[in-house]
Design a protein around this ligand. Structure first.
Ligand code: ZN
Length: 505
């Protein structure tokens, strides 16, 4: 067959086009490939299975004075290939001068906007099955303590989740028992038996060894202060730590060389402890020496929870009860107000949920958010503070705020101007043998009742003192709330939030 000149041109043009296309696509692939080489590997490419062995991880040190390079060197001398990961919130400055080896890495927890998320996650860098958390200033001897720790850990497999080797220092390592109740916003430390090696928390310096996957399955594996944060989380999971007979020495004691640096470090530690308890929602800490620390609201702060909707405070949705600081402030306000009412001759009685709490366990119900008192309307003029509250809110000499409520004809005493925890005073008056009032709330318990319940009023244990209650308060409560109310606790609005079953009070 014959090919025309035009057909020939066309065939050549198509061939050239195909060649160009092929060339461009090859070029693009190569560019893409090269581009990928310059990006950090993606998570699934890098993270293979964990290798046997231990990585040392150093989390807590000061920028302004630390011995991290010496710590790393002493461990690397023990075992040249030992992986070491230094974890910092931000790039340490001045630079630390770490040994430049591929097995020594620094992780900055603060994510950088041009880097993938996994580059700021320490689990990306710890690729061994075990990890040892090493405090600053620790010196590894040539006796391979890490290997011995690992052997001991493997020997106690299944019995403990962590082993600890004390750092020989001025303060001996203390073995503690820690009980954390998130429901009650509380952490309680008690000393373990003197010879005990099994603990749920430690106080003092130690090298701690655990499984890498255990560490990174915690909620916040490396929050500071490291030991405090770690043991709060591990005790909530029922883990224990065994103190070993292996120990480490320290570069020198105390670690920081000037009292100014020590002061700086102490302040930073205090601030991170405060932040940790805030983040974890722990407001009361009972220390091993019996001292109590509060991290919740006070007269100078707002109360711990916001405005209440449908009788159900926000903490109930978090499966928590009233913060202990708020219960304490409510008890204090109740005791104070009741004392003033008694002194000025105003007849009062514990009302509603407050009476229920007194009948059930001589205290405020652990999830209640205010205190209710009934008073005789005709006695109000006897109390100067209540009289004055008629014409606007007043702050008394102890900082409590007395006011007439805007919601209706009742009075409210607030813990302070900032903290609106309060006691409500509900004025009732007798009418045809019944006690009644003019403002009613949309509550089942807010009903008229026979006056004979108040004749006489009877003393009842409440919140650490004796208060007055209606006589036959069981029938009084059952009239208001229904039968069996004392024995069957329920949240204020069960339609929205029911109490969990098997909930120990
Ligand atoms: Zn509070």
């Amino acid at each position: 067959m014959r090919i025309t000149f035009c057909q020939g041109i066309l065939a050549v043009a198509i061939t050239i086009n195909l060649l160009i296309l092929y060339y461009i696509s090859r070029l693009q692939q190569r560019v893409l490939h090269r581009h990928r080489e310059h990006m950090p590997p993606s998570t699934h490419q890098q993270l293979g299975p964990l290798k046997p062995g231990v990585t040392i991880l150093i989390r807590e040190f000061q920028d302004f004075e630390n011995y991290v390079p010496d710590v790393v060197r002493s461990f690397v001398k023990q075992k040249p290939e030992l992986p070491a990961v230094v974890v910092a919130d931000r790039l340490p400055y001045p630079p630390m001068g770490l040994p430049s080896m591929p097995s020594v890495q620094v992780v900055i927890l603060k994510p950088a906007p041009d880097q993938p998320a996994h580059t700021s996650r320490p689990e990306t860098y710890v690729r061994t099955a075990y990890v040892a958390l090493v405090p600053d200033g620790v010196k590894a001897d040539p006796t391979s303590q890490l290997e011995r720790m690992l052997e001991e850990f493997k020997a106690s497999q299944g019995k403990v989740e962590m082993v600890a080797a004390p750092v020989r220092s001025l303060m001996p390592l203390q073995c503690l028992n820690l009980k954390v109740s998130l429901k009650r916003w509380t952490a309680e430390y008690t000393p373990a038996a003197p010879s005990s090696k099994l603990c749920t928390a430690l106080k003092g310096e130690a090298v701690l060894l655990l499984r890498t996957k255990d560490l990174f399955n915690l909620s916040v594996p490396l929050a500071k202060p490291l030991m405090t944060s770690l043991f709060i989380q591990t005790s909530l999971r029922g883990w224990t730590v065994r103190i070993l007979d292996i120990s480490f020495s320290a570069v020198h004691q105390p670690l920081l060389t000037s009292s100014h640096n020590q002061w700086k470090a102490d302040n930073l530690a205090k601030a991170s402890r405060l932040q940790l308890f805030r983040d974890f929602g722990i407001k009361r800490v009972l220390l091993e020496d019996g001292k109590e620390q509060w991290f919740g609201c006070s007269k100078e702060t707002q109360r711990c929870f916001g405005t209440i909707h449908d009788d159900t405070p926000e903490y109930l949705y978090q499966n928590r009860w009233t913060p202990p600081c708020c219960l304490k402030a409510l008890r204090e306000t109740a005791k104070y107000v009741i004392n003033i009412l008694e002194m000025s001759g105003v007849r009062y009685w514990l009302e509603g949920g407050t009476l229920l709490g007194a009948a059930r366990h001589q205290d405020i119900i652990p999830w209640d958010y205010d205190v209710d008192l009934g008073i005789y309307l005709e006695d109000i003029p006897n109390c100067e503070l209540l009289r004055s509250a008629e014409s606007g809110s007043i702050v008394d000499e102890r900082g409590f705020v007395w006011e007439k409520a805007i919601e209706g004809d009742f009075y409210r005493v607030q813990y302070s101007e900032h903290n609106h925890l309060h006691v409500d005073l509900w004025p009732f008056y007798p009418k045809n043998g019944f006690m009644t009032k003019d403002t009613w709330m949309d509550h089942r318990q807010d009903v008229e009742f026979p006056e004979h319940f108040l004749k006489p009023l009877v003393p009842i244990q409440f919140a650490g003192f004796l208060a007055l209650a209606p006589n036959n308060y069981r029938s009084f409560l059952e009239l208001k709330f229904g039968e069996g109310v004392i024995e069957n606790p329920e949240y204020p609005n069960p339609a929205l939030k029911r109490m969990e079953k098997g909930n120990g009070m």
